[in-house]
Ligand binder design. Structure first.
Ligand code: HDE
Length: 708
């Protein structure tokens, strides 16, 4: 399919949506296998008469080697697993489309970024970094955020994270960092987390990690779901326009859903009760038609301004404060289709920062440069050879031809005798395409290079603390407290005293003395009264680091637990259901057992789940409709625990009916997040607002008194 046929003739999202289904969907259709109405066969197409019994020498005799059906089935099964990714092994993904806003030609000539009529098919994979494939979703970790754009000029992969900075400055340190954060070699513990000696040993010895570690200790590393995380390209990239003019850019993806986090106690509990929490949420939201959406923005720096900052643009441990360079929105993407098969799509997708298209180029960031090698290399062992681009999920939607031939898992039957160039046998096809303003061949940006061949780091990479401080100082007070708590928790798990001390005295003290003293006090570590390395950043506080800057406008797809028992007030139930429908939120009627309860009108009210099996940690807010049922609730430990846990996790709670007795029995201190009323309709707007803000941060002190 070419650009033209992918263009909208009638302006309108529906038309564009339909056209978007076309390119990648049609291509995937060609590979999909649907066994409905089909006979069971071997891989050679022989129909199988008995799939229940192997071939035996007599009904009680030994199995025969000649049973080719058994051997084929077991052999295939034995090889079902492929090596998991060395990092980012645990992930989930979905399909969607990207659409550029108008007016980007001045920045780049890339077709998918400049033509607002094209909906470019995309595939996004979110991941954690540390844990293996089967690890829990809600561990404290940075999240991977990788997008493959199937553009008309080739595949473009933007392989980013939900933090804008990385732990090391040079790719040569990446294996050291990964060995340190991965489970320890003698025990293979811990799974999915960084709270152990080797991680803190490494990061306390390598202060360039200070800023990224600060992000990992912040609420960004325990997101509520994957629909509400920001994405960043981390490195500085280049965009090049049709005139050949280049600019430096940093990529930002901002979720329309806003940002939201878990509280730490909740994150740990979910890791046990529902380790698939994030992947289930993404799947369910897309199935329900609540398509998550992100805006793509760029921070633009003109070439001549490369050196004007007090940090180096090529240093991936630094951000550009938005106060110095605002984010310019250039497009949006929507995820609107779940995969059919996890393995074929999510497991086999192969990203590579080196997959770029004309109009985009790299910079000399030494971390990025090493990545350009690593990703293709890793696919060779993961996907078994160099033909992984032929797998349906990785295949470009535009035509691709060259003289690369053979190798493992070749699925293309190449025609023609000449697999070399130049040739006169096949008229020299396929031929090169000269670079051009549009649809031309790829041309690297002609950057002037003049330097000695040297193993050394630029002096401009030497400040490691000022941006960590900038991030910490920019957080809201409750977020700063969470950072302090996270350092205390993680370092409490470190067995070696000297590692804890080094982190507090030599890293945290150089970031912020107060932070170091708070952490140090709790760990019994002395902190110096003055720091040695206090270079400050020109911007001391930046507005877009606190998650409070990203409160969504609506509460679409939020989940509300509605706790009920027999005799529950049906008028309130009806009002809740009507409101939920209007706001597009999921309201689950949770009953003591899966059986329906009898409402106040003696009618059956169906259950969406039982309270014991659908715990409060799976919901954003709770409504207790049972005020008038006080005596029953008082006897029900599950319901009481439900309410207390939701309170502890700072969630909005509505008490309907005679709430006071219940509040007294639970010994809850009421606050702005505990709404009490007889009629749900009277407080629904206030409730919506609380859910939009997600947590009642002012409750944190009182919540500490509730047992975990
Ligand atoms: Fe990766 N990284 N990385 N990384 N990375 C991989 O590639 C690597 C880095 C990121 O959903 C691997 O296919 C090196 C930064 C994501 O499939 C591997 C260096 C950022 C994903 C690899 C880095 C990332 C990966 C493992 C330092 C944020 C998951 C399997 C030079 C900008 C992609 C694979 C997916 C995956 C190498 C640093 C993000 C081993 C050598 C910085 C989101 O090739």
């Amino acid at each position: 399919m070419d650009n033209k046929s992918n263009k909208s003739e009638v302006a309108g999202t529906d038309t564009l949506d339909k056209q978007n289904q076309s390119a990648k969907t049609q291509q995937l259709d060609a590979f999909r296998s649907d066994a409905t109405d089909q006979a069971l066969t071997t891989n050679q197409g022989v129909k199988i008469a008995d799939n229940q019994n192997s071939l035996r020498a007599g009904v009680r005799g030994s199995t025969l080697l000649e049973d080719f059906i058994l051997r084929e089935k077991i052999t295939h099964f034995d090889h079902e697993r492929i090596p998991e990714r060395i990092v980012h092994a645990r992930g989930v993904g979905a399909h969607g489309y990207f659409q550029a806003y108008a007016g980007n030609e001045k920045y780049t000539k890339a077709g998918f970024l400049t033509d607002p009529d094209i909906q470019t098919p995309i595939f996004v994979r979110f991941s954690t970094v540390q844990g293996p494939r089967g690890s829990a979703d809600t561990v404290r970790d940075i999240r991977g955020f990788a997008i493959k754009f199937y553009t008309q000029e080739g595949n473009y992969d933007l392989v980013g994270n939900n933090a804008p900075v990385f732990f090391v400055q040079d790719g040569i340190k990446f294996p050291d960092f990964v060995h340190a954060v991965k489970p320890e070699p003698h025990t293979e513990v811990p799974t999915g987390g960084s709270a152990h000696d080797t991680f803190w040993d490494f990061v306390s010895l390598v202060p360039e990690s200070a800023h990224a570690v600060m992000w990992a200790m912040s609420d960004r590393a325990i997101p509520r779901n994957l629909r509400s995380i920001q994405g960043f390209g981390v490195h500085t990239f280049r965009l090049i326009n049709a005139e050949g003019k280049a600019i430096f850019v940093k990529y930002h993806w901002t979720p329309k859903q806003g940002l939201s986090q878990l509280v730490w106690d909740e994150a740990q509990k979910i890791a046990g009760k529902d380790p698939d929490f994030h992947r289930r949420d993404l799947y369910d939201a897309i199935e329900a038609g609540n398509y998550p959406e992100w805006e793509l923005g760029i921070q633009i720096v003109q070439e001549q301004d490369e050196m004007k900052f007090d940090f180096d643009l090529l240093d991936p441990t630094k951000i550009i404060p938005e106060e110095l360079v605002p984010v310019t929105p250039i497009g949006k993407f929507v995820l609107n289709r779940n995969v059919d098969n996890f393995f074929a799509e999510i497991e086999q997708v192969a990203f590579c920062p080196g997959h770029i298209v004309p109009g985009i180029d790299f910079t000399n960031d030494p971390l990025l440069q090493a990545r350009l090698f690593s990703y293709t290399d890793t696919q060779l062992s993961r996907l078994g050879g160099p033909n992984f681009h032929q797998l349906p999920i990785n295949k470009p939607v535009c035509p691709f031809h060259n003289n690369q031939r053979d190798a493992m898992h070749q699925t293309t039957i190449h025609k023609g005798q000449a697999s070399y160039q130049p040739n006169s046998i096949d008229n020299n096809w396929p031929v090169e395409t000269a670079p051009a303003a549009k649809n031309g061949g790829f041309e690297s940006y002609q950057e002037r290079i003049d330097g000695k061949k040297i193993r050394a780091r630029s002096e401009s990479f030497s400040d490691h603390f000022s941006h960590a401080r900038l991030y910490y100082k920019s957080l809201a007070p409750h977020e700063q407290k969470h950072v302090v708590d996270a350092y205390i928790f993680e370092l409490s798990k470190v067995q070696r005293k000297h590692i804890r001390e080094r982190e507090v005295q030599e890293v945290l003290a150089n970031i912020d003395l107060d932070l170091a003293q708070q952490v140090g006090k709790n760990l019994g570590i002395e902190v110096p009264n003055s720091a040695q390395n206090m270079k400050s950043s020109t911007v001391e506080k930046s507005a877009k680091f606190t998650m409070e800057a990203f409160i969504p406008e609506d509460i679409k797809a939020r989940k509300i637990a509605v706790l009920v028992h027999d005799k529950v007030n049906q008028e309130n139930i009806a009002a809740i259901q009507q409101w939920a429908k209007a706001e597009n939120v999921v309201a689950h009627i949770l009953t003591p057992t899966p059986a329906p309860v009898l409402n106040s009108k003696q009618a059956k009210l169906d259950s969406n789940g039982m309270q014991k099996a659908e715990p409060s940690i799976a919901y954003d807010a709770v409504i207790v409709v049972d005020g008038d049922n006080y005596e029953v609730v008082k006897q029900d430990g599950v319901t009481k625990h439900y309410i207390l846990e939701a309170y502890k996790h700072l969630k909005p709670i509505v008490f309907l009916g005679d709430k006071q007795k219940l509040l007294d029995a639970l010994q809850l201190v009421t606050d702005e997040g505990t709404l009490s009323t007889d009629s749900f309709a009277a407080i629904q707007d206030k409730f919506k607002d609380l859910i939009r803000h997600h947590r009642i941060w002012a409750r944190e002190k009182n919540a500490e008194a509730i047992p975990a």
